[in-house]
Design a protein around this ligand. Structure first.
Ligand code: FAD
Ligand code: DLZ
Ligand code: SF4
Length: 513
């Protein structure tokens, strides 16, 4: 009896559900580097290199654990370029009598898998992906009958479920959430943890050469590639984060500094998302740092909330909302994505820095994604689907199940308020408070109108005014409309004119915008 077990590029854990209870002697594991996956969006070169190298290392690890692995490389002349076609070829090679696979993370791939049984005439068992902390069905049960799906309440259930940072049935320290303490701006000159990174080995060098040759027209740089591609390498990144960055993670969670891509963030999302790290083990390690007195509670709670709260919540929401979620556009925004998102060439210093480091590393931290690139796209009325495709392509940690709810829902308010209780819209004052970007900008953050004024200022009011019919009744936004209504008529007109002038330059693809 032979079972064919396809293992996808984000299923790189020995404990993945499709392998459980199977005798390696009865199974053939199929791993496939395929053009469909490398090119369904123009992924950042670094992301492709990271995933292919991690896949090749994982195949070695599986073999060492006794599994037979059939590995199809991208440059194999017989490679047909898609999961389904490669499964068909593998069936001809191995003549299995059934297929077993862990459910794909993305609706796009799930739709393909749904046809396998009819297409191949074999039983296909699709196992739930058990690498999340909430068990399958937990989110749907929690969401049933609720009017609002606020993450904070999901998070409290997850604290109870895991026992993380719990004192009996009460939260450690008496509060569920210490976010109010986590909004300190960072000043240049503070000690900032540095990343050591992992030097590429021979296998990674081979992949880097392949990617450089084959994906020349994809965005991003491969220079200085230093990502971990094994669980051991990812664990070393965890130790570095726990020792150096975790203590400051809470305080400076929302801070931004020019030329400092990571600050106190972990850069562990890529490893979690492809299966090199286990999210619950990571949260337990963070809890242990707090228990040993090496990290304050606001840091440990803030970090654990991102994982058992946000990460599990967006996974649940993606599954619950279904494949049509990607088409939502509550604010009916239609402007195309500006070209500078692919080049970083803009006079707006905040966007130039966040996009520039993204092209370099395939990484920006949460506040850069939400309050710089996301905020500008929201204010400028960019089509949320185009924004979504940009985030999906450009970040090394981007898989649709996590990227889409964050982009379309949280950042672009495209779902009309399922993810966020109000749009994350901010003027330049927010960016000035949380960063040092404005000091080096061609625009003046204090000026509200005129050609030198920070574009975020007028765009903010233009956004509010434009979307009044959709947002006015939101109790969390009423204050902004009261301020707008109290403004002198000529001030309102000047703000609208400044926004219109900026948007006209954007539409004209003015390189100086
Ligand atoms: P840290 O700040 O160190 O946080 C620790 C961990 O918490 C992260 O590694 C991540 O696993 C988890 N986490 C934190 N915030 C979130 C969140 N909002 N949703 C889910 N998990 C979270 N995250 C992705 O993993 N992939 C994406 O494609 C992605 N796209 C995003 C797009 C937008 C517009 C926004 C606003 C956020 C997006 N996020 C995405 C969430 C978040 O920005 C990243 O998880 C985080 O920046 C990764 O960096 P880090 O590992 O240094 O995170
Ligand atoms: C993202 C990605 C890339 C770039 N390449 C591959 C690949 O060649 N083979 C593979 O198995 N997976 C790849 N992936 C990850 C898949 O896109 C991911 O597993 C699915 O989107 C999950 O639904
Ligand atoms: Fe960004 Fe405006 Fe500050 Fe320039 S002035 S960095 S555009 S917020």
């Amino acid at each position: 009896m032979t079972i064919l077990i396809p293992v996808l590029g984000d299923q790189l854990s020995l404990g993945v559900s499709s392998l459980q209870g199977v005798d390696p002697a009865d199974a053939r594991i199929l791993m496939m580097e395929v053009a469909d996956e490398t090119s369904y969006v123009r992924h950042h070169k670094r992301k492709i290199a990271f995933i292919l190298s991690a896949m090749r290392h994982h195949a070695e690890r599986l073999r060492a654990a006794g599994w037979h692995v059939d590995y199809v490389r991208l440059d194999d002349p017989q490679n047909q370029g898609s999961f389904s076609q490669e499964v068909a070829r593998a069936i001809a090679r191995h003549k299995p009598n059934r297929i077993r696979v862990t459910e794909a993370g993305e609706w796009r791939v799930r739709a393909d898998m749904a046809h396998w049984e009819a297409r191949f005439g074999l039983p296909v068992e699709i196992c739930p992906d058990t690498r999340f902390i909430a068990p399958p069905g937990f989110f749907a049960a929690w969401a049933a009958g609720r009017k609002q799906l606020r993450m904070e309440y999901f998070y409290r259930e997850m604290r109870r479920l895991t026992g993380l940072l719990m004192d009996g049935d009460q939260p450690a320290g008496g509060q569920w959430n210490y976010d109010a303490e986590n909004r300190k701006p960072a000043e240049a000159g503070l000690f900032i943890p540095c990343r050591i990174g992992t030097p590429p080995d021979t296998m990674t060098h081979e992949v880097l050469t392949l990617v450089a040759e084959r994906f020349q027209n994809h965005p991003g740089s491969l220079d200085g590639f230093d990502m971990a591609v094994t669980p051991e390498g990812a664990e070393a990144e965890v130790r570095r984060f726990l020792n150096e960055a975790l203590p400051g993670f809470g305080d400076y969670q929302d801070a931004m500094l020019k030329g400092q891509p990571l600050l106190w963030h972990s850069f562990l999302s890529p490893y979690l998302n492809i299966g090199l790290l286990d999210p619950l083990d990571l949260c337990r390690a963070v809890e242990a740092e707090w228990a040993a007195g090496r990290a304050p509670l606001n840091a440990a709670e803030g970090f654990i909330r991102q994982i058992i709260g946000w990460r599990d919540y967006v996974r649940g929401l993606y599954d619950w909302a279904g494949p049509d979620y990607a088409q939502r556009n509550f604010l009916e925004a239609t402007r195309p994505l500006p070209e500078f998102y692919w080049t970083g060439q803009t006079r707006m210093a905040c966007l130039a820095d966040a996009i520039g480091q993204t092209l370099q590393l395939g990484y920006a931290h949460h506040i850069q994604r939400l309050m710089v690139t996301g905020n500008y796209a929201l204010l400028a009325g960019i089509d949320p689907h185009e924004v979504h495709l940009w985030y999906l392509a450009i970040y090394v940690d981007a898989f649709e199940w996590v990227e889409l709810p964050n982009t379309l829902g949280m950042s672009q308010f495209g779902d009309g308020g399922i993810m966020a209780s109000k749009p994350y819209a901010a003027s330049g004052a927010y960016i000035d408070r949380m960063s040092d970007y404005c000091r080096g900008c061609a625009y003046d953050v204090r000026a509200k109108t005129g050609p030198k004024a920070c574009p975020m200022n007028a765009l903010y009011w233009d956004f509010m005014d434009r979307n009044r019919d959709k947002l006015e009744n939101n109790p969390r936004i009423g204050m902004a409309y009261r301020t707008w209504d109290k403004m002198a008529e000529d001030q309102r007109r000047a703000l609208k004119a400044t926004a219109a002038a900026h948007l006209a330059r954007l539409d004209a693809r003015d390189a100086e915008v």
